[in-house]
Ligand binder design. Structure first.
Ligand code: URA
Length: 232
């Protein structure tokens, strides 16, 4: 269950403030009844704006190979966003990134206008796997593998859930984490004394980055990828 204004804003079409205004203006129905309370909790009910079901309007699922230098948001003054990378006609259909990568992180980002799916995938208790290719300043060894397996204690005292670190070379590895804290991989590697020099996400839940996508390139998910995502 989540607040009605939050559910509306999750579609990417309205800010939280705009969503509240829509609701107060009587333009939003929940299971067919006008609801003027933005704080109303909604679950499986059908939510519609001006009679159009927000869950039924052209749901789109794109895999983006995010380049460094763009931010994972829909609009940010002075910044190029992941939505700016999409061509004409794709920028105004309420797409938003399901999750965030830092400005300097590259790789797999799911863009969708399906707020309910994004909400499910990002719910902390679901522990959707995230897989990264990482290069560090320093030399990785078996102690790091073991530390990640046990759960790295970050500088602020938070102990990460156990993850998997697979060494690819002295300075590069594949790391799988099962949560998505702010700057998590960077903070984990910093706590191990081997700060991140390069970071690229290569997996998100059942999705694997399509290496045929150039940096900044995107494509729609395949039927198979969508089925896997909905089973998640
Ligand atoms: N961990 C990070 O530190 N940064 C990212 O962008 C993703 C995971």
């Amino acid at each position: 269950m989540e607040r009605l204004d939050k559910r509306l804003a999750a579609t990417g079409s309205w800010s939280r403030k705009e969503a509240r205004e829509l609701v107060r203006a009587g333009r939003v129905t929940v299971d067919g009844r006008v609801c003027r309370a933005p704080e109303q909790k909604v679950g499986e009910e059908a939510v519609a704006v001006d009679g159009a079901d927000i869950g039924a309007v052209g749901l789109v699922y794109l895999m983006l190979n995010k380049p460094a230098g763009v931010v994972s948001s829909t609009a940010e003054p002075g910044e190029r966003t992941v939505i700016d990378l999409l061509g004409e006609g794709r920028r105004d259909i309420g797409l938003f990134p399901a999750g965030r990568l830092d400005k300097d992180t590259e790789g797999l980002l799911l863009l969708t206008n399906d707020g309910a799916l994004a909400h499910r995938l990002l719910a902390p208790k679901r522990h959707v796997d995230k897989v990264y290719y990482v290069e560090v300043d320093g030399v990785l060894d078996g102690d790091d593998v073991e530390a990640v397996r046990r759960g790295v204690a970050l500088a602020d005292g938070y102990v990460c859930l156990p993850g998997e670190l697979e060494l690819l070379s002295d300075r590069s590895a594949r790391i799988t984490i099962h949560e998505g804290k702010y700057h998590q991989v960077k903070r984990m590697m910093a706590a191990l004394g081997k700060p991140v020099a390069y970071l690229k996400r290569v997996g998100f839940g059942p999705l694997v980055l399509d290496e045929a996508l150039p940096k900044g390139g995107w494509r729609a998910l395949t039927e198979e990828e969508m089925r896997a995502l909905f089973r998640q």
